[in-house]
Design a protein around this ligand. Structure first.
Ligand SMILES: Nc1nc2c([nH]c(=O)n2[C@@H]2O[C@H](COP(=O)(O)OP(=O)(O)OP(=O)(O)O)[C@@H](O)[C@H]2O)c(=O)[nH]1
Length: 369
């Protein structure tokens, strides 16, 4: 692609952008020149959960720092195409285009350039990675970090990798409403957690009235492993007292001016503006839906995977898909750019799941009707 330049008017004055071999220079009146670089980076993840990092070689920017394999997007390439090329050049591995799964996009201002990093997750490739340009390669299993230092832009991304791909949303109150005794409902939730953990790590969202939430957290916690996470859909103080993370419904997200001070904070969102709010507050994840029609939200139009993708594309935080989804939807969710799937009844209760496959958010009483 030939070099091109264009003039644009901005509120701050006249800006001149010239595209020069993959990097954009912005010369603005009264502002310093900033080089803008589009980069594609890969989260190559093995079945055991380990992720590949490369150590930058001597003679490059930030030598000795660790990064995700990848590199600059060349003119005429999409970020996904650039990544396939970079992985072949840097690691001698082959990745099929359909296995390059969009994940998050992060921006970072270095002294030398403003980079926009398009992260993709890759769980299938052929060949054994070889260090063609890196000083060393290392497989590291999040959340542990056994190499240092990471490139500055990569800290939040490493944290995101500790998020399980499966989120389970509790439903004890709904079971009680349907006449089930408390002991039976708690036991059923515990059984469901054990079943879900057999598939991999889980993020449990406890969504119950306060007293019930506490009882459920106490009941489930002994079943959780070091890679599982627990968030409370409730008050900040209650989450702090219980030692859990926090999950915010969209209306509470909209009323917050800053991120609550807890290690893990996420939110439910139903539209792009709410997702932008979650990003602006630097939350750790968002849950977007409904992807499929659910009887619990009869007035809400389902997004479908296409609608989900349109809103989630380019998000700077991981986005779970929710709404009539279960474990079998994980592959579709990943392809649509989701970090994972969140489910209510499809995960928690085989009984209700069998009787009503689209019963996400449905009370057992409704499910029996
Ligand atoms: N590949 C990669 N680059 C990253 C990551 N995080 C991050 O900030 N970057 C930045 O994105 C840019 C990637 O460019 P690159 O690897 O192609 O280029 P480079 O500066 O080493 O060299 P080059 O100019 O010879 O191509 C660098 O500024 C790098 O610091 C990451 O995890 N992986």
């Amino acid at each position: 692609m030939g070099d091109r330049a264009r003039l644009a008017f901005r509120p701050g004055g006249l800006a001149v952008r010239a595209r020069l071999g993959g990097a954009t220079w912005l010369a603005a009146q009264g502002a310093s020149r900033v080089k803008r670089v589009e980069v594609a980076a890969a989260v190559l993840r093995r079945d055991d959960g380990a992720v590949l990092l490369g150590q930058r070689a001597e003679g490059t920017f930030c030598p000795g720092y660790w990064e995700f394999p990848g590199g600059k997007v060349e003119p005429g390439e999409t970020p996904a195409q650039a990544l396939v090329r970079e992985l072949a050049e840097e690691l001698e591995i082959a990745v099929a285009p359909e296995d390059v799964l969009p994940w998050v996009v992060r921006e970072h201002a270095y002294a030398h350039a403003h980079v926009r990093l398009h992260f993709f997750r890759i769980v299938r490739w052929s060949g054994e990675p070889r260090a063609r340009i890196h000083a060393a390669l290392a497989w590291v299993r999040p959340p542990a970090m056994t190499v240092a230092p990471l490139l500055p832009a990569n800290g939040p991304v490493w944290k995101f990798l500790a998020l399980p791909e499966r989120m389970l949303v509790s439903g004890v109150a709904a079971m009680l409403e349907a006449g089930e005794p408390l002991a039976g409902a708690l036991e059923r939730q515990e059984d469901a957690l054990v079943r879900a953990r057999a598939l991999g790590s889980v993020l449990v969202q406890v969504r119950e009235p306060a007293a019930l939430a506490e009882a459920l957290v106490r009941r489930l916690r002994p079943q959780l492993g070091p890679e599982d996470l627990l968030v409370l859909n409730g008050e900040v103080d209650a989450a702090r007292a219980l030692g859990t993370g926090l999950h915010l419904p969209q209306r509470r997200l909209e009323s917050l001016s800053r991120r609550p001070d807890l290690p893990w904070v996420g939110a439910s969102v139903h539209e792009a503006s709410a997702l932008h709010r979650a990003e602006a507050l630097a939350l750790d994840y968002a849950v977007l839906g409904p992807v499929r029609p659910t009887r619990s939200h009869p007035g809400t139009a389902a997004l479908g995977w296409q609608g989900f993708e349109e809103i989630a594309r380019g998000a700077s935080i991981p986005v779970y898909a929710i709404g009539g989804l279960g474990p079998a939807d994980l592959e579709d969710a990943r392809r649509a750019g989701a970090h994972g799937v969140a489910g209510i009844r499809a995960w928690w209760s085989q009984v209700y799941c069998d009787s009503s496959p689209d019963s996400d958010g449905l009370s057992p009483a409704e499910a029996r009707r």
